[in-house]
Design a protein around this ligand. Structure first.
Ligand code: URA
Length: 252
């Protein structure tokens, strides 16, 4: 059955759907030896030979889903130009290469999902999916109810308010407090910037949940495979993202 190329590539675990689109536009994809650089192009994974950057892809390759307890001090990209350790340095004994789903800052710890399922990655990271992400943050000072309410209602970042969030005070010390915040969007350094905006900069940040996944008692630096039930729940959460109409290349 014919399907859009970017979908086939994502499912083969080579790249996320967005990255697959970029590879197509860059002329890195060949179908039966011919470069296909148009986004609307289709192929039949059972019949056609599809190569990405010269590598033959195996449609419907085995998929792996891992939950890692990321320690602070690791980057979430697969390569760091500054040579810092990456989360992939913590993944051992895997035949398939897996990729982080979304990002955590270098100094953020906690739950990170990794997979080679490009289609699920696309769904979970698309802005329309609104998958809840729960963080626990140690903040400077003790936020009063007004500050907590501001965080919950939305804080303007680059002129656009953040979506409503669930916020609660977990505990307080003499000069700092721990708060828990659940967001349904993933803007750049969102928790840190929100907390700063209400006058309580983040000292430590830790993610404890992503959609149906909970970090639980997994030790820092360790990972586990997801259970079948968790994978099904994740698929149910990541709503099919509305696709942009296919952009045409100059040649068509
Ligand atoms: N918000 C942040 O500020 N940093 C993260 O790593 C995740 C969410």
């Amino acid at each position: 059955m014919e399907e859009r190329l970017q979908k086939i590539i994502a499912r083969a675990g080579v790249a996320s759907r967005r990255k697959a689109e970029a590879l197509i536009l860059a002329g890195e994809v060949r179908v039966n030896g011919r470069v296909v650089a148009e986004l609307g192009s289709k192929a039949d994974p059972a019949r056609d030979q599809i190569r990405v950057s010269g590598r033959l892809i195996v449609a419907d390759a085995p998929r792996s889903y891992l939950l890692l307890h990321k320690p602070a001090g690791y980057v979430t990209t697969t390569h760091d130009p500054e040579g810092r350790p990456t989360v992939l340095d913590l993944i051992h004994g895997m035949k398939e290469r897996v990729y982080p789903v979304g990002r955590l800052d270098w100094d953020t710890s906690g739950l990170l999902l990794l997979t080679n399922d490009g289609e699920l990655t696309h769904r979970l990271t698309h802005p329309s999916s609104q998958v809840p992400r729960t963080y626990q943050a140690k903040v400077e000072g003790i936020p009063d109810p007004a500050a907590l309410q501001k965080l919950a209602r939305g804080v303007p970042l680059e002129g656009k308010p953040t979506l409503p969030a669930k916020v609660r005070l977990l505990r307080k010390g003499p000069r700092h407090a721990w708060i828990e915040i659940t967001l349904t969007e993933g803007r750049h350094r969102q928790v840190r910037r929100m907390a700063e905006a209400v006058g309580h900069p983040v000292l430590k940040l830790h993610r404890v949940a992503l959609g149906p996944l909970a970090l639980g008692s997994l030790l820092p630096g360790r990972f586990r495979f997801l259970h079948e039930k968790e994978i099904k729940r994740l698929w149910a959460m990541g709503r099919p993202a509305k696709r942009q109409p296919a952009r045409r290349s100059a040649r068509s």
